[in-house]
Design a protein around this ligand. Structure first.
Ligand SMILES: Nc1nc2c(ncn2[C@@H]2O[C@H](COP(=O)(O)OP(=O)(O)OP(=O)(O)O)[C@@H](O)[C@H]2O)c(=O)[nH]1
Ligand SMILES: [Mg+2]
Length: 433
């Protein structure tokens, strides 16, 4: 990729107090010379910029490379937040040979110049997209240092890779052999750590993406009451008339550290009411799309209506039974009384089911994207295969598994420089990032 100068607004093109325009490239002092003399590095300086009849007083910051975000020279202009003025400045920069950046191009350069790794880059994207406090905290934790287990894994794998290679290359002639027993003994803590990280990553992925929860059950089961209690606001109409909710209602919220997308649905029953039937027809697609179906079943109901049993049967694997009206009758399992705020059992059940019993804070620093999770699974799989090798197998087998694990670590951190992964990543970035 070339390092010709690029520019972009780093703030939205909307009327605002201040707009930030960023420029990055090698040798910016020359490129920008017609516009200004660059100020002292890292000191905010007021400059008057003249172009096309404009006379803009802007605060200018200069970060000489390589000690900058991208690793190149970076100049930031803070000007008045008029979108038209910002576009005019960008247009003028183009005449100086500073083209408009592609989405994520600043960060792409930071990555290619070794200023940050792929994990940090993905964390940055998540930080900008995060919608809840938990999601922000998780992304921030990932944007910092690389997880410690990556360096540990490299340290543990490297000597064994060397030994395995030596056994492959010189084994028979020189009498060098690989002791699989010793290898697995030494790599056992790493393998265990991978399994721990897999569990953390699964939980972190749920937190990152938010959980789609469908609330279903018979009319008057307390679905809308729970919907409102979790959302922390009075969004759905609640009455004691069965069949109150007809349309699907959706709300995004964070409840007790869990980012949720909740769907309230029409109560399911055999009915002649046309509107109610239309409402019930909308429940199926919600069940399909849900990560987890919460089946609300009043504690006083002895059995299940066949309509509900049939509707939920295809989703048995992702259904959680919740007994509502716990204040009215006793029932085994997860029992709640949402209108009283008695929801601790639900919190425990959700965290158990979705986070494997981990607290949201225990996921800080865990891998979280689909890409990362898949590579971690492959990595753990590689060591599981190693552990399953029969004694006396040819050294080529462990050697290739160790090499494979090494390569997966490089893919994880982006050191393999795979362009396809980068293209997919940066298409999700905003312009000035
Ligand atoms: N005692 C008690 N009453 C509840 C509980 N949950 C809901 N209710 C009451 O039960 C009635 C029905 O509650 P909703 O939340 O509207 O029930 P729904 O499942 O949304 O009903 P539909 O929209 O008709 O399908 C309301 O009067 C609620 O106040 C509970 O746990 N205990
Ligand atoms: Mg309702």
């Amino acid at each position: 990729m070339s390092s010709n100068p690029i520019c972009a607004p780093a703030t939205p093109l909307l009327p605002s107090a201040v707009a930030l325009v960023r420029v990055s490239g090698v040798g910016l002092a020359n490129a920008l010379a017609p516009l200004l003399v660059l100020p002292e590095p890292r000191l905010a300086s007021l400059r008057t910029l003249h172009w096309d009849g404009f006379r803009e007083r802007a605060l200018v910051l200069f970060f000489p490379g390589p000690a900058s975000y991208t690793g190149e020279d970076v100049v930031e202009f803070q000007l008045h937040g008029n979108p038209r003025l910002v576009r005019r400045l960008l247009g003028h920069l183009a005449t100086l040979g500073v083209r408009l950046a592609e989405p994520g191009e600043f960060t792409r350069r930071a990555l290619l110049n070794g200023k940050q790794d792929l994990l940090a880059t993905e964390a940055l994207r998540d930080l900008i997209a995060a919608e809840t406090d938990t999601q922000i905290r998780l992304a921030q934790a990932r944007a910092g240092a690389q997880p410690d287990w990556i360096a540990k894994a490299r340290g543990a794998l490297a000597p064994w890779m060397a030994r395995a290679e030596a056994a492959v290359d010189y084994g028979e002639d020189e009498g060098i052999s690989l002791n699989l027993n010793d290898l697995m003994l030494e790599l056992a803590p790493l393998r265990a750590r991978f399994h721990v990280e897999q569990a953390r990553a699964r939980a972190a992925r749920h937190l990152r993406d938010g959980l789609k929860l469908a609330l279903v059950g018979r009319p008057n089961a307390g679905k809308s009451t729970l919907f409102n209690a979790l959302a922390g606001e009075d969004r759905a109409i609640v009455t004691e008339i069965p069949g109150t909710t007809r349309d699907v209602l959706e709300v995004r919220c964070e409840w007790r550290g869990l980012p949720l997308r909740l769907f309230d649905t029409a109560g399911l029953r055999d009915t002649e009411d046309l509107v109610e039937r239309l409402g019930m027809a909308r429940v199926g697609p919600v069940l399909e799309a849900a990560d987890l179906v919460l089946h609300l079943w009043p504690a006083q109901d002895p059995g299940l209506d066949p309509v509900i049993r049939d509707a939920l049967a295809p989703f048995a694997g992702k259904t959680l039974e919740i007994r509502t009206f716990a204040d009215v009758a006793a029932a085994p399992g997860v029992a709640i009384a949402a209108h009283l705020g008695d929801l601790d059992a639900l919190e425990a059940a959700l965290k158990d089911r979705l986070l494997g019993g981990l607290a949201p804070d225990a996921c800080l620093g865990a891998l979280a994207t689909d890409r990362q999770g898949a590579l971690l699974d492959d990595l753990a799989g590689q060591l599981d295969l190693l552990a399953g090798l029969p004694p006396g197998c040819p050294p080529e087998l462990p050697a290739s598994l160790l090499q494979g694990a090494w390569g997966l670590l490089a893919r994880l951190t982006g050191e393999d420089r795979a362009e396809s992964a980068l293209d997919a990543l940066f298409s999700g970035f905003c312009l000035g990032k």
